[in-house]
Design a protein around this ligand. Structure first.
Ligand code: ADP
Ligand code: NA
Length: 329
């Protein structure tokens, strides 16, 4: 039986952080046995905000090493680099004719990026969701494991695919954002200022490459307050975020104990952070050490990228044949 197709990507714009890991990559690892998975280092996407490409190749290689280190297996999934698959660019071109300036300008991520980089509001930034739609639709993927921040983009992908199907003929299934968690994950920055991201405050971002003491130090500095003043209070979002992280790396007993302390107004955030830091260190250290080993093996990464490219192009070409026929070119 044909397995359902899955696509997700990550930009080679910096070090992988816990948001990437818990929002996306952890689900990728779980999905690779169950689905026909394509995971992509999206280097073209990085050009929209990172025009300087001196570090790009090195970043692609390091990121591939991190993907292998978290447990992605090139025998079970297709790991490739976006720019190795020119078929994506051709599909992007057709989809551009089916997307409208007004809807692209309203996209939340576009508005954020205009605020962050008013000096470089390029058309690539505007059409970012169109290129992402091409990434997904080129494999006719139906599940897209991503973090909460990507929800709107996946909805746009469905819109573009649906318009294509209606204007030409039925080529694309409708993809859905996916997570094994109850809902799509959003990890906040430890300073409580918003989503953890590659470009956020570095001392409030936990990177998979951080050493043990840096992890401890960052968690120690995480934003807290003077504690709840009434039993069973609603947690402020930065406290909820710490509990969320604890649920991901600590034992259920540990989390339950601190939850009870919170609900009884006897919680000591210093103790909670100490515990969280130790559990985080234990969780992250093995991934970091594996990533170091993979990063040192350039030949292996090169081989993985080559195998991925061939498989990804075969899948992309099959879709592109259908697309060209449908469009009539
Ligand atoms: P970044 O935002 O750090 O540049 P990418 O845009 O490359 O990361 O996103 C890669 C994946 O990581 C996407 O699926 C995205 O939803 C997920 N992701 C990024 N940051 C977070 C976060 N803070 N919480 C949950 N998921 C996240
Ligand atoms: Na698989």
């Amino acid at each position: 039986m044909n397995k359902e197709k899955v696509l997700s990507g990550i930009r080679p714009t910096g070090f992988v952080h816990l948001g990437n890991y818990f929002g996306a990559m952890r689900n990728w690892v779980l999905m690779q046995d169950e689905y026909d998975c394509f995971f992509c280092v999206v280097d073209w996407h990085s050009l929209t905000t990172h025009p300087d490409t001196k570090e790009l190749k090195a970043n692609v290689y390091r990121l591939m090493g991190e993907l292998l280190a978290v447990g992605l297996d090139p025998e079970k999934c297709v790991l490739y680099v976006q720019s190795d698959v020119p078929e994506i660019a051709e599909l992007y071109l057709y989809l551009n004719m089916l997307s409208y300036k007004g809807e692209l300008e309203k996209t939340a991520t576009f508005k954020d990026k205009v605020r962050q980089h008013p000096e470089n509001v390029n058309a690539g930034l505007l059409t970012y969701p169109v290129l992402q739609a091409a990434d997904i639709l080129i494999h006719r993927a139906v599940k897209v494991p991503v973090g909460k921040d990507q929800e709107q983009h996946i909805e746009m992908t469905r819109n573009f695919g649906d318009r294509f199907n209606k204007r030409y003929s039925e080529v694309f299934p409708m993809p859905q954002a996916f997570s094994y968690d109850k809902s799509l994950v959003k990890i906040m920055s430890l300073d409580g200022t918003g989503k953890m991201s590659k470009s956020a405050n570095q001392m409030a971002t936990l990177y998979l490459a951080d050493d043990d003491d840096l992890i401890r130090n960052k968690i120690k500095k995480a934003k807290t307050d003077s504690g709840p003043t009434e039993p069973n209070a609603v947690k402020p979002d930065f406290i909820e975020n710490l509990f969320g992280l604890m649920k991901l790396v600590s034992t259920p007993d540990t989390t339950t104990r601190f939850e009870a302390d919170f609900n009884n107004c006897v919680i000591r955030y210093g103790d909670m952070k100490k515990q969280l830091a130790e559990d985080m260190v234990n969780f992250m250290a093995p991934i970091r050490e594996k990533a170091k080993a993979f990063a040192a093996d350039r030949e292996l990464i090169k081989k993985v990228i080559g195998i991925g490219r061939d498989k990804a192009r075969a899948s992309a070409d099959a879709t592109l044949q259908l697309v060209r026929k449908a469009v009539g070119v």
